[in-house]
Each structure stands twice: as C-alpha cells, then as structure tokens.
Design a protein around this ligand. Structure first.
Ligand code: NDP
Length: 829
C-alpha cells in the first residue's frame, strides 16, 4: 500500500506490542505457586489450573489450585503479620506503599502486556488506563497511611481481610482492594479470578521485591468453590471485600450473616447513558464507544442502556452505526485495536445467549458488516433498538459489547427510565445545558454520575453502588472506613458482654455534653399533668369519688397519624417488678407495609433544605424539653432506674437532637480534584427508607440516637421501639405531631421485635436496616437483607453505651445515614 492509498483509506497499519518479555517471564516461573507468608509454595492439593489466552483460546500457563488447607495457612500468616503490621506507624506503611507504586511504574509495560495476554483486553487500555490507575491508587493510599493517625483518630484496622476480585480489571481491582487495606494497617489474603491470575502473581513478586513484611499480602489462586468459599467462611477473617456478580454478592451476604465480619460488595450494574437533545452528538458517539466498548463491555459500570431524547434518536443512531463500522476488533496486543477478546468461552456463550434472547423478544439487532477473528473469543459491537424497558436485555447485565437503546421525551421520563432497574452503580448524562445535567444527576439512583463524560475513575473519588449494585465505597476517604473500626468497638467485642445493665456504665453528667441546669419536674405522680394518674374530684353535692385514669393506650404512628394496629391486639408493657404499666399495639406485617409505604411517600423530605431539617430537629428538642419531667418519669416507671438517671437520659436525648440539628447543615460533601480538567462533586445523599430496631437499654435515648441522624440526613424511617420499654417512644407521638415534622418521615410500629424486624428486612422497599438487639436477631436481619442487598448496621448483640457521646452519636451515625454519590463534571471546551 502506498502513501496515496493510505491517505485515501485512512487505514491503520499494524502496531504490534511484543509479547516476548512477558512470555519469557511466564516461562521462567511456571507452574506458578501460591504466595503465602512472603514465600512461593506448592498448593496442598498438588493441582494446577490452566490459564488461557482469550485471544487464541490456547493455554498460556498453569497456576496453583489452592484449597482450604492453603487458605488456613494464608490466614494464619496474615494473622501473625497483623500483630506487627497493625501497629506499624503510618509513616512506615506509607513508605512501603510508595515503594509498591514505584515498582508498579517500573514494571508497567510487563504488567500491561501480561494483563492483555491473560484477559484479552487491548494493550492500549492496559497500558494507558489500568496500570496508571493502579500506581495512582497506591500513591494515593500511601498518603492515607501517612495521615491515618491524624485523620482517623479513634479508629483501628479491622484485622485480616479476605479479598475476592473479578476478571474484568484484574490488577486494578487488586489495587482497589489491597491499597486501602494496607494503608489502614490490615493484612490480606487475596483470591484473583480463576481466568486472570497472572498480574496478581507479578504483584506478589513486587511485594517481595520491596521487602514488605511476610504475611501482610498473601495471594491464593484457585477456584471459587475451593478458595473463595473457604475464605468467606474462615472464622479468623475479619472482613470480606468482594467485587463481582450480584448473585455471588448475595450469597456472600448470607454466608457472613451474623458472623460479625465486615462486608463490602461492589456488584453489577445496568447503567444508563442519557442523551438530551441539546447534547453534542459527535462527543456523545465517542462517549458511547468508551461507555460500552471499553474492555469489550465487561465493565460493571458500562453505559449499557442508551436513553436518547426522541427528537435526536434517529440522528444519533445513524452516527453510532457509522462509528461502529469503523471500530477495529482483533489481537489485543495490536495498539491500533479498539476491541479485544472476551475473557472466556463461557462468557462469550452467555453474551451470545442473551443477544439471541433480545432478538427473540422482538428488539432490532444491528452489528457492523465486518467479521470477527475466528480464532479466540470475539464478539462484535452490537446495538439493539426498538427495545422495551421490561425485556431481559434492558434489565440484565450482559457484560459484553452489547448496547440497548430506548427513547424518552422529557427529563422526568429520562430519570424514571434510568432508575428502572434493580441496580444503581453509575450513570452518564449528556447535555450542553449544565443546569439540566446537574438537576438530573441527584435524581439518578447511582453511586457515580458522569456529566458529559463516562468511565472515569480516580483513587480520590469513591466508587460503589446504590441498591443491588452493592454497598461500601472503594477510593476516597469514605473507602477507608471499610477497613477500620472504632477502637471502643474492638474493646467491647473483646469483652463479649451480652446484656450489661444500665448501672454498669458510669452515668456521668459530662457525658451529656454541656448539661443543662436540672430542670427537674415534680416527683412522679405530683406534677401538673395528671393524665395518667387516678385523681380525686369534689362534686357539687359534696361527695368525693375517685376518677379512673383516662386510658392512654398508644396506637401505631404511621404517616403522621396515630392509627390502630391492624391485628386488633395489644401487648402488655411491664415494669421491672412484673406489673403491667400500660399496653401498646401489637404491630403486624400489614402495619409495617403501611409504614413503609408512608415512609416512601415522604421521600420529598430528602430534598427539603438542610436548614429546614435542622429547624424541625430543634423544634422536636424544644417540645421534648417542655415535657422533660414526664419523659423521665416514664423511664423510671419502665426501667426502675433512679429519677436522676432518667433525667440524665432525657437531657442526653435533647442534647442529641441538638447535635443532629447542628449536623443537618454541616455534614456535607466535598469537591475532589482528580487529575483531569474538572471537578468531582462528592455529595452525601440520603439512603431512602431505613428500618430501625431500637435497643432496650435506653428506651428514649436509643430511639432518638437512631432516628435523629437518619432524618437529619433526609431519610425517612420506620422504627420499632424497644420491645421491653416502648412507652418512651410512643410518648413521642405528640412531640412529633407538634414539631412540624412532615407526615411519614418518622413512623413507629410497636410489637414483637423479631417478627417486625424480619418483615422490615424482607421488604424490598426498605433500603437499609439498623438493628440493635440480640446476636441472633442481627444474623436474621443480615440474612434477610440479602434479598435486595440492603445496607445493614447491626451490633451483633454487643450493646453500646448510648450515653457516651463517642459511642452514641457522631459521624459514624451520619455515615450510616448517607451514601456518597460522585458527580464528575469536566470543564473546558
Ligand atoms: P463472579 O461473581 O462469579 O466472580 C467474581 C469473583 O468471585 C471471582 O474471583 C470468583 O472466583 C469468586 N467467586 C465466585 N463464586 C464465589 C463464591 N461462592 N464464594 C467466594 N468467591 C466466589 O463473576 P463471574 O466471573 O462468574 O462472572 C459472571 C457474571 O458476573 C458476569 O457475566 C457479569 O455479569 C458479572 N460480573 C460483574 C463484575 C463486576 O465488576 N461487577 C465483575 C465480574 C463479573 P472464580 O473466578 O474462581 O470463579
């Protein structure tokens, strides 16, 4: 071909990257062993597994097949190493991590080629995206290791962390897991995906090269059923961090329920790519290429649903088809290739199956005219039009280069379509009208929103899902909390106490903060309010007869109204001497459903101003303080505690309401400056409807400590008060009714704690569950929450001291009440 011809066709020439150094590296080491305690060891089973090159379908090498014996050895090594590493000063850990980052850069080309050989992704991506992001992740987290003592005071590492990663970004997912874990002083046992072990093994070599203490990082290759499951079940593993499919994530939630292991799950997605009619369509086309054909579409946050405003749909689809015709598919080591190979024949078959199903369901499929290579696992870029939103291809994660497109007319319809899946990982919004884009972004149920861009990642900006895309964040400061625990909690767990009585805690006025002058009301039975006491009246005829008390049996509090329990039953409330002191409604499934419905209907609370929410919390505090004496007497009556203790609890509850009124307009997001021309707005958003089950230990303070932060952050709640002493919460009905709180923001259902919490945890419209009760109850809640991958916050049967401001209030509560959404806004033309 001469220059004139090239000028005419604008064809690329071949630009091959040599595999020779990577193949030589493999040859010298194969078969690969396991990396345990800083050493390469043979697998206990003596078995090895093939690792295949997806672009040829031929074996590349063999890696060890670990089993539970190897898992035990690795966890033991990690535990031993933790004893020292967990106490190693942050500066020392930072130096090791800095060295890891440097060595990744030193070996960057080898790592990039190995990744392309093993996974099938184009070298252009591994070289320019995966590996630089890996290095950046270690640099960024070296910084957090350095700053941990000053920036996360009162927090400790979790311990030994089991990490399970997928095959789509093998080394990047390793970095997302290992960097924050090490920075916070944990040790790890990591299992790479079965299909893509090689860069993790090269990483193990780097760990050796830099002299990281043995046992801090252990890498076990092998199969999910042998390594993954053993790691998840291992009693000496304190946390599991997982990225992969939602189905496996759900099984891990169930497997770890009640164990006390921390869990973070980064799962699947079906992310919308929303194009408004004023968008720059040529940029949109390039955006779509990055959204769905990057990494062959095997990206959890791939923009796999193209939602286009109706009036530009035809034009955009025509442009897109023209661009697809020019995409180049082939040898991943050719630098001019856009699309490489699918990771495995199984994944290829799954893509083919779903595409056939799309055609069967009536959607219109379009593929470019050129043919894919016949050797290896290739699938052409594919576009579906005429797709109905309820069909399989519009709902299921295909995890391949397959785009489905739908149209909308108005921004409201775009938001509704975008949110119409069970997932919530990411979204992209394209419009030249930044006001429109920034109006739409907060309405999308997604952990990341890209405005006029897509698939951008940076260590400074946390990544993770809403809804069934999982919970927990990776990256950013928020990601660090996945790898630490409050120090007081570790001490509490160590003592393994189950039911301390209130007097075991030193109730000191200082714990309430600036204690108010004791506005003690009259002694019980002697105050101005005689509603709940039998009184004596003088009648005009001179006779004196005893008046019966006016019955005050509390109902449920649903949608701002006091409603009778659906069951028509009541339950007795006893004092410590076993005397009946009142009755509350026996809540059932239907009451919970009504309460959840009311809480959903009140979702506008999340968009009320933070000032407004603060005002209402102050007002609740004000109204509670007016009845301080009455609330204290109720505590005395239910718990038998002293009047002084009870007053302290009421005052702590009032102080706590003030705290969250104060926080309502101060627990704000941040603006990140990742390495790009633009900003990332990290917004703290409400989670939605939170089901909360209150502790028995402090009937009023426990209730206030949970409900106040949640509503301060814009959530609506369904509360099950203390089963033993529910009257402190039910006495709040009138306080709430007179405090301008919109209907449905707080709903209270009394009754059997375990039954009600099960219904709440099973409910698909409850987005998070908090449970402070028995260890068995916590397990049940965690198990049931797997149904829609609710976020859970439970105490595993270890009561905290609610009076202590460190345990009973503060940022931990606010973090549990929010999820971070990162909105990427590039600027410049
Ligand atoms: P999986 O979720 O099965 O695998 C992810 C990781 O978990 C792998 O290391 C796997 O090991 C391990 N694993 C699997 N089952 C268990 C288990 N029971 N206990 C512990 N560890 C386990 O994803 P697949 O690789 O099977 O891909 C299937 C689908 O998942 C894809 O088509 C895609 O839809 C989705 N997916 C989503 C990803 C994301 O980033 N959100 C990433 C990868 C896949 P092993 O490799 O040995 O099986």
């Amino acid at each position: 071909m001469n220059i004139t011809e090239i000028f005419e066709t604008m064809d690329y020439g071949p630009a091959p990257e040599s595999p020779t150094p990577a193949l030589a590296w493999i040859k010298e080491r194969q078969p690969f062993g396991l990396f345990i305690n800083g050493q390469w060891v043979k697998p206990a089973s003596g078995q090895y597994l093939d690792s295949v090159n997806p672009s040829t379908g031929k074996p590349l090498t063999q890696v060890a097949a670990a089993n539970s014996e190897d898992v035990n050895a690795a966890v033991t090594a990690a535990r031993t190493a933790f004893e020292t590493w967990g106490k190693t000063p942050g500066h020392v850990r930072a130096r090791y991590m800095y060295a890891i980052a440097r060595h990744i850069q030193k070996h960057s080309r080898l790592l990039a080629v190995l990744e392309s050989l093993d996974n099938g992704k184009p070298i252009r991506e591994t070289r320019d995206i995966d590996i630089p992001l890996v290095a950046r992740h270690f640099y960024y987290h070296a910084g957090w290791a350095q700053l941990m003592a000053s920036e996360l005071p009162g927090y400790e590492p979790v311990g030994v962390v089991g990490q399970i990663i997928p095959w789509n970004f093998p080394l990047l997912m390793l970095a997302w897991k290992i960097a924050p874990a090490l920075a916070m002083g944990n040790t790890v046992v990591l299992k790479p995906a079965r299909y893509t072990p090689l860069t993790a093994l090269k990483f193990a070599e780097i760990v050796q090269e830099i002299g990281l203490p043995p046992g801090v990082v252990n890498i076990l290759t092998g199969e999910a059923s042998q390594v993954g499951e053993a790691l998840v079940r291992h009693p000496d593993v304190n946390k599991i961090a997982f990225t992969g499919s939602t189905d496996v994530g759900r099984s891990l939630r169930r497997a770890t329920a009640g164990s006390g292991k921390k869990l973070s799950l980064e799962l699947g997605g079906k992310s919308p790519f929303i194009v408004f009619d004023d968008a720059d369509l040529d940029s949109v086309v390039e955006g779509v290429v990055d959204a769905i054909w990057f990494n062959q579409g095997q990206v959890c946050c791939a923009g796999s649903r193209l939602l286009v405003q109706e009036d530009v749909a035809e034009r955009l689809i025509a442009k897109l088809r023209a661009r697809m015709e020019k995409l180049r598919i082939g040898d991943p080591l050719d630098k001019a290739v856009d699309i490489g190979a699918i990771v495995s024949s199984a994944q290829l078959k799954e893509i083919q199956r779903l595409v056939e199903q799309g055609v069967d369901e009536g959607a219109e499929m379009w593929q470019p005219s050129w043919a894919c290579p016949t050797e290896g696992y290739f699938f052409p870029p594919t576009l579906f039009t005429n797709v109905s939103p309820a069909t399989t291809i519009a709902q299921v994660e295909i995890f391949g280069p397959v785009l489905v497109s739908m149209t909308f007319r108005t921004p409201a319809e775009a938001v509704a379509l975008a949110n119409n899946t069970r997932y919530g990982l990411a979204a992209s919004v394209w419009s030249e009208n930044i006001n429109l884009a920034l109006d739409v972004a907060p309405k999308l149920k997604a952990g990341t929103v890209w405005v006029n861009c897509t698939n951008l990642f940076d260590a400074s900006s946390g990544f993770g899902g809403y809804r069934e895309s999982g919970f927990g964040r990776e990256g950013g400061k928020e990601g660090l909390y996945e790898y630490v625990r409050p120090a007081w909690e570790t001490a509490l767990r160590a003592t393994a106490r189950v039911a301390p009585t209130i007097h075991e805690w030193d109730v000191q006025p200082s714990m309430v903060g600036a204690r108010l002058a004791p506005a003690l009301g009259p002694a019980p039975g002697k105050d101005e309010d005689t509603h709940d006491h039998a009184g004596v009246s003088d009648f005009s005829n001179g006779s004196r007869i005893a008046l019966p008390a006016i019955d005050r049996t509390p109902k449920m509090f649903i949608n701002g109204k006091q409603v009778r329990p659906d069951s028509g039953y009541s339950r007795d409330v006893y004092d410590p001497a076993g005397r009946v002191i009142g009755q509350v409604g026996e809540g059932n499934r239907k009451d919970v459903r009504n309460a959840v419905e009311a809480a959903h209907a009140a979702s506008g609370w999340a968009s009320s101003t933070t000032h407004n929410r603060a005002q209402i919390l102050y007002y609740i505090a004000e109204n509670l303080s007016v009845r301080e004496g009455e609330f204290a007497r109720r505590i005395v009556q239910q718990t038998g505690r002293s009047q002084a203790d009870a007053i302290t609890e009421v005052q702590a509850a009032i102080s706590r309401l003030f705290s969250y009124a104060a926080w309502a307009d101060k627990f704000e997001g941040v603006v990140h400056r990742p390495p790009l021309r633009g900003v990332v707005l990290a917004m703290k958003e409400a989670i939605g409807v939170i089901g909360m089950v209150c502790p028995d230990e402090y009937p009023l303070l426990g209730f206030v400590s949970l409900a106040a932060p949640a509503i301060a952050m814009g959530n609506t709640v369904v509360v099950v008060p203390s089963q033993q002493s529910p009257l402190s919460a039910t006495d709040c009905y009138q306080v709430l009714e007179t405090s301008d709180l919109p209907d449905g923001v707080v709903n209270i259902v009394t009754g059997d704690r375990d039954m009600l919490s099960q219904v709440l945890a099973d409910h698909d419209d409850v987005e998070a569950m908090w449970y402070f009760g028995s260890a068995e109850g916590c397990k049940r809640v965690e198990l049931a929450s797997a149904s829609n991958m609710k976020r859970t916050w439970v105490n595993y049967g270890h009561p905290r001291n609610w009076l202590d401001p460190i345990q009973g209030e503060g940022e931990e509560f606010l973090r549990e009440s929010t999820q971070v959404k990162n909105i990427w806004v590039p600027y410049g033309d």
